[in-house]
Design a protein around this ligand. Structure first.
Ligand SMILES: [Zn+2]
Length: 264
C-alpha cells in the first residue's frame, strides 16, 4: 500500500550577514569606527566554518556581505560564490539606514553593490539594512534601493525591539515598491517549533539569519559594554554552531532568490 500523499516540506531561506564582531551595531557605542582597521579580524575563518557546515549538509544560502569586508577579503567573496551561494549586499559601511541621509544611503548601497558585482562577476539583487533599519521614518530607502538596481530587500523585522523592529509590518513578503520585494525576517530565532509552525500552519517559507561571529566563542571580549549588550552578544556563543547544525538537519533550506522565485 502506498503511504498517504504528503507534500514535500517547504524550503526556507537561510541567510548570513557577513560582518566581523567589532562591526555589530549594539557594540558601536564602545568601538570607534576608526579602530576597525587595527582590530583582529576573525570573519574569514568564521565564514569558512559556515561554508564547511553548509557544504556538509548540501545547503545553499544567501550571504549579505558588507562592502568593507568584501574589499579586504576578495577571496572570501569568491569562495562564497564558487560554493553555489547567493551573494547579496549588507551595504558598505554598516551604517543604519535610519542614521544616513538619502544621499549618503544611496552612495553606501551603490558602492557595496558595485564592489560585490565586480568581485563576483554576477548581478547582486538583494540588500539587507544593518540592524533592520528601514521603517516608518525612512520609506525613501526603498526608492533608493530600487534606483540602485536592487530587486529585493530583507530589512524589516516585524517585532518590537529597542534597537530595531517595525511591529505592525507585514510578516510575509510584500511589494515595497513595484519591482522591489521586501522579505521580512521570520520573527523567531533558533526556535525549531516556531519555524515548523510557519511552514505548516501559515504554509509559508521562513527566513532565518545568523552572523559569522555567532559561532565564535573565542572572539575578543569588548570592554565597556553594558550588561544587556553583553548578555545578548556573548551568551550561548558556544552552542550556536550545534544549534545551527540542528536547524540545517531538521528543515529544508535554500538561497533567498530560489525560495522566493527571484532567480534571473
Ligand atoms: Zn549587520
Amino acid at each position: 500500500m502506498n503511504a498517504p500523499h504528503r507534500l514535500a516540506p517547504l524550503m526556507n531561506a537561510l541567510t548570513v550577514d557577513v560582518e566581523d564582531y567589532f562591526q555589530v551595531s549594539a557594540l558601536a557605542p564602545v568601538i570607534a569606527r576608526a579602530s576597525w582597521e587595527q582590530r583582529e579580524c576573525r570573519v574569514e575563518r568564521n565564514v569558512e566554518r559556515l561554508l564547511d557546515l553548509f557544504a556538509g549538509r548540501g545547503t545553499r544560502a544567501t550571504f549579505f556581505t558588507l562592502g568593507w569586508i568584501a574589499e579586504r577579503y576578495p577571496h572570501l567573496v569568491k569562495r562564497i560564490v564558487a560554493a553555489g551561494h547567493e551573494l547579496a549586499s549588507h551595504g558598505y559601511a554598516h551604517l543604519r539606514a535610519s542614521e544616513q541621509s538619502r544621499g549618503e544611503f544611496l552612495q553606501d548601497v551603490r558602492r557595496a553593490k558595485g564592489l560585490l558585482e565586480d568581485l563576483s562577476g554576477q548581478p547582486v539583487q538583494g540588500y539587507r539594512a544593518p540592524s533592520f533599519s528601514i521603517g516608518h521614518g525612512n520609506p525613501w530607502a526603498f526608492d533608493v534601493l530600487l534606483e540602485s538596481g536592487y530587486r529585493y530587500s530583507s530589512s524589516v523585522y516585524p517585532v518590537r525591539h529597542d534597537h530595531y523592529g517595525m511591529p505592525d509590518a507585514p510578516r510575509f513578503p510584500y511589494d515595497a515598491r513595484p519591482g522591489l520585494l521586501e522579505i521580512p525576517l521570520t520573527t523567531t530565532r533558533w526556535l525549531g517549533w516556531a519555524l515548523r509552525r510557519v511552514n505548516t500552519i501559515d504554509q509559508r517559507p521562513a527566513i532565518f539569519y545568523c552572523h559569522p561571529w555567532e559561532i565564535d566563542p573565542d572572539q575578543p571580549r569588548v570592554p565597556g559594554t553594558d550588561l544587556k549588550t553583553r548578555f545578548r552578544h556573548y551568551l550561548n556563543l558556544d552552542k550556536t554552531e550545534s544549534r545551527l547544525g540542528r536547524l540545517l538537519r531538521d528543515f529544508r533550506w535554500g538561497r533567498v532568490d530560489e525560495v522566493f522565485g527571484l532567480q534571473h
